[in-house]
Design a protein around this ligand. Sequence first.
Ligand code: TXA
Ligand code: MG
Length: 343
Amino acid sequence: MRVDGSGRYAHKRPSNLIVDEVESTAMPPVPATHEAIAEAGRLLRAGRLVALPTETVYGLGADASNGLAVAAIFAAKGRPRFNPLIVHVASLAAAERLAEFDDVARALATAFWPGGLTLVLAARRPSRVSELATAGLATIALRVPSNAIARAVIVAAGCPIAAPSANRSGHVSPTMAAHVAADLGDRVALILDGGPCAHGIESTIVAPHEGAALLLRPGAIASEAIEAVLGRPLAMPATESDNAPHSPGRLASHYATRARLRLDAREVREGEALLGFGPEPPRPSGPSINLSPSGDLREAAARLFAALRELDASGAATIAVMPIPLEGLGAAINDRLRRAAAR
Ligand code: TXA
Ligand code: MG
């Protein structure tokens, strides 16, 4: 992307295209001027990915209400599984529209927002946030950043922003725009340069729970500061099983359907529903949904949870699931399908 003579951004492609393929050339970071922030808002609304500074680390942002845009985050990072993402909003009021706040949650939000604390709370339903952003969990991770550029981008976009750290999966989190460019420069529509991150370490993640609070990830806000507000120690998830209800991807039942799943199905049997993929699904005898007729794994990922729910609601005892390739987001799709199929 570049700025043309009129001071406007010139795009290689129309901005209503979803970010799907790798951008052909690496994007150098752009100074976070008013114009660049307005452009970031437009790109996000159009389903594109924007890397933005926060006070913790740079985030890889997408419109949290757009399943395809959220799927593009996983594709760009090369994340092998759908970890749930932190959803960034501009205010406590905006956060309260997405999650249930008890007294502990409200006290922590009042003390530390805007800032580097993420709260994992019961999600309100129905929600405008894509199930892909919350990985199908009943909870949602929320944060109100304090970084002025991040706040301005959220306001410009007018939607909640799902944003993991803006690094390729397995790399360390980026604390400068140049780190983002090195990792993801060919995979984002815009990188806003806001200088080095104030915290340079990810947010602290806390799950208020029945009057107590569980520390899920130590981070930018010190435990002692949080305990001072709570008036008692944070609870530590001592064992894997303690942690289980709060950890992403562990509870098979979150993905479990009432119907049995028959994976790698190449034909549909009498009475089965069909979860199809690609251009040539078998002729269905009952309810059927094609995750992506064109065989696009990002599109399939974006539709997966909703499709499983819908076919389950059809009442079929078994859902026949066509084979889905393992590459790219296919690994995540197959992981979820295996969890859903396991009994
Ligand atoms: O500072 C930060 O938190 C940065 C900036 C961009 O906000 N973001 C960040 O995102 O570190 P990420 O995706 O790298 O880490 C998010 C963590 C993951 O460990 C994820 O499992 C956890 O948050 N998480 C998200 N939603 C959750 C939920 N509902 N329950 C439990 N953990 C959750
Ligand atoms: Mg990360």
